[in-house]
Design a protein around this ligand. Structure first.
Ligand code: F6R
Length: 599
């Protein structure tokens, strides 16, 4: 989703901003721009399309040491040059980049900006025009900025330049992520530390409704009412090499390959005295709950569905799983002692965060399972379990899903043990075996490539079916395929197809069927027969021990509860190769953003 960078120092601002924006490309965007400030004034370069397109428009002759930049993922107004950020006020004095959504921009425009011609269709432009208006009324820039922010409803991360002050970037945030990075002779702004690791690993976290004055040698944080806030920087625990592709053609391929080591790392991270363990406070919070409510979106929601199986089967705690964007309107009647678990790779998903805010106001305990320490969801919930998957750059989530499932398995297992549930297996050992099984699948990429070719080369649509825990994985398999290859794909509970959707099966329709659960193996094979009888091209992925002649792929045997860790991997790889065949931009699928920071 949108990304912001800013630089104030002694080096070439253009290059640092462009490099920073390149590091944010993975979040998804459709236009980009930078504004730099020197003695001649503020110069804006912006373009629809990729940073590479923007680079071609940037005049190398312009020298500047301060500037702001932005990647835009269109919300208000189509993706074009005009709507790309930065935006400038009508007088040309103020220049602004913005992430988030200003909900009352129409009202503000009507109330304050009648007669001021708008250059774009964006909500953002209202902010920069208001700052200009209030400064014309005699307020200082920071006061005009604060006055504007007091009027604005919605989410924002903002960086503002003032033509009359070539030494300052004004920054503010509410609900959208933003960090200030600090250095000896410079300071920077970034919506994600990754963007500015090129110059610093020291960052200051900003809280909602704070305003920051970023000079090259100082950073002053204050609240909207002007109270100064002191906050120390933290070290971003990111290795610049973690965010490089190395020799891989795509991040997605690299990240799928990392999955065995991610599972092994998780085992290590959650091991204490040779036993799996989670923080005592977290364990207590889970064991005290009479019901768990899992809140998540997309792939993380699919991991949550698996998590429900784990907490119910291993810990004996009832679980509900909810799509975060729906929960606000459809809040169920809560139990007496609920625990809310938020699952989010990025820890920034606005849909999940709005639920967290509501639940925190209601006073219920909250736990976030995330890949990003220090992310908004992690900071704002009572407890955090980290995924330790390393940065996930490809828009399509792969290793984070596997990490989510593994961490949920550990949390449920440890809770079950603490509650005295008889669990007759060693989770640590079983996870180790699952890591080996994943390894054997990622080592057999040629097989997945062939399956993609055989089943999906000319497909218009595809179905993924499974029963029980395989159904959860079928949903994830379908999401992976559609998001990166644009083949219409649906995941179904095997028994459900015949209640309507089987009407869509015709000669050659690909149907991927998962057979990893012994108690439903015959039933799902029955569903396969139903679709094959109607012409489907069935790809059966069965677990060792449950295979039959003619199955397409046999995956190694693992504990029945841990099959999602393994069976998802061929589906990820098949989707990847299907997308490659169609020459899709695997790492940056159209219309998608990595971190969805608007509701
Ligand atoms: C799909 C995908 C998305 C995310 C969803 C939630 O591959 O990555 O469906 O899972 O946008 O994001 P997080 O997990 O960051 O909350």
């Amino acid at each position: 989703m949108c990304g912001i960078v800013g630089y104030n120092g002694n080096l070439d601002a253009k290059e640092i901003l462009l490099k920073g924006l390149e590091k944010l490309e993975y979040r998804g965007y459709d236009s980009a721009g930078i504004a730099v400030h020197n003695e001649e004034g503020i110069t804006i370069f912006k373009e629809k399309g990729r940073i590479a397109d923007l680079r071609t428009t940037v005049d190398s002759e312009v020298e500047a040491h301060i500037g702001i930049g932005h990647t835009r993922w269109a919300t208000h107004g189509v993706p074009n040059r005009l709507n790309a950020h930065p935006h400038q006020s009508a007088s040309g004095r103020f220049t602004l980049v913005h992430n988030g959504v200003i909900e009352n921009y129409h009202l503000l425009q009507k109330a304050y900006l009648k007669g001021i011609p708008m250059q774009s269709d964006t909500d953002t432009e209202v902010i920069v025009q208001l700052v200009d208006l209030f400064s014309k009324e005699g307020l200082s820039t920071v006061e005009a900025f604060r006055k504007t922010l007091r009027l604005v409803h919605g989410s924002y991360a903002l960086a503002l330049l003032d033509h009359e002050d070539a030494e300052t970037i004004y920054v503010a945030k509410n609900k959208s992520p933003l960090l200030v990075g600090v250095g000896d002779t410079f300071n920077v702004v970034a919506s994600d530390a990754m963007a500015m690791l090129q110059v610093t690993d020291q960052f200051i976290e900003l809280h909602d409704k704070e305003v920051v004055i970023v000079k090259k040698d100082s950073v002053e944080i204050s609240t909207l009412d002007g109270r100064v806030v002191e906050r120390k920087p933290f070290k971003a625990e990111l290795d610049a090499s973690d965010i490089e592709k190395g020799t891989y053609p795509h991040y997605m391929l690299k990240e799928m390959d990392e999955q065995p080591s991610v599972v092994r790392k998780i085992i290590q991270q959650y091991e204490q005295q040779e036993e799996l363990a989670i923080d005592e406070d977290i364990l207590q919070a889970i064991t005290e709950a009479d019901r768990i409510y899992i809140i998540a979106a997309g792939t993380s929601y699919h991991a949550g569905l698996v998590g429900k199986e784990y907490f119910e089967k291993m810990a004996g705690i009832p679980v509900e799983v909810h799509i975060s964007s729906e929960f606000g309107y459809n809040m169920p009647i809560l139990s007496e002692k609920p625990l809310f678990i938020f699952i989010s790779q990025s820890g920034e998903t606005a849909d999940s965060r709005q639920v967290l805010v509501k639940i925190t106001e209601m006073g219920h305990p909250t736990l976030t399972v995330t890949n990003v320490a220090g992310s908004t969801l992690s900071r704002e919930s009572d407890y955090t379990l980290l995924l330790h998957a390393g940065p996930e750059i490809a828009v399509a989530s792969t290793k984070a899903y596997v990490a989510q499932v593994a961490v949920l398995a550990i949390a449920a297992y440890v809770t079950g043990k603490a509650r005295g549930v008889a669990l007759d297996f060693d989770m640590k050992q079983e996870l180790g075996l699952a890591a080996n099984a994943i390894q054997s699948i990622v080592d057999a990429k040629d097989v997945m490539e062939e399956i993609a070719e055989d089943y999906l080369k000319i497909a218009r649509n595809a179905f993924f079916i499974g029963r029980n825990i395989d159904f959860c994985v079928a949903l994830e398999g379908a999401l992976k395929l559609k998001e990166i290859s644009y083949i219409q794909a649906e995941g179904f509970a095997g028994g459900e197809l015949k209640h309507g959707t089987i009407a869509l099966i015709e000669e050659g329709t690909p149907v991927f069927a998962l057979v990893t659960q012994e108690q439903v193996a015959l039933n799902i094979r029955g569903n396969v027969k139903e679709v094959v009888a109607r012409g489907a091209n069935a790809c059966i992925i069965a677990m060792e021990g449950l295979e039959e002649d003619g199955d397409t792929l046999i995956i190694p045997r693992v504990h029945p509860l841990l099959t999602p860790l393994v069976s998802v991997v061929p589906l990820q790889l098949i989707s990847y190769y299907a997308a490659l065949h169609r020459r899709c931009d695997v790492d940056k699928p159209r219309n998608l953003a990595k971190s969805v920071t608007v509701e």
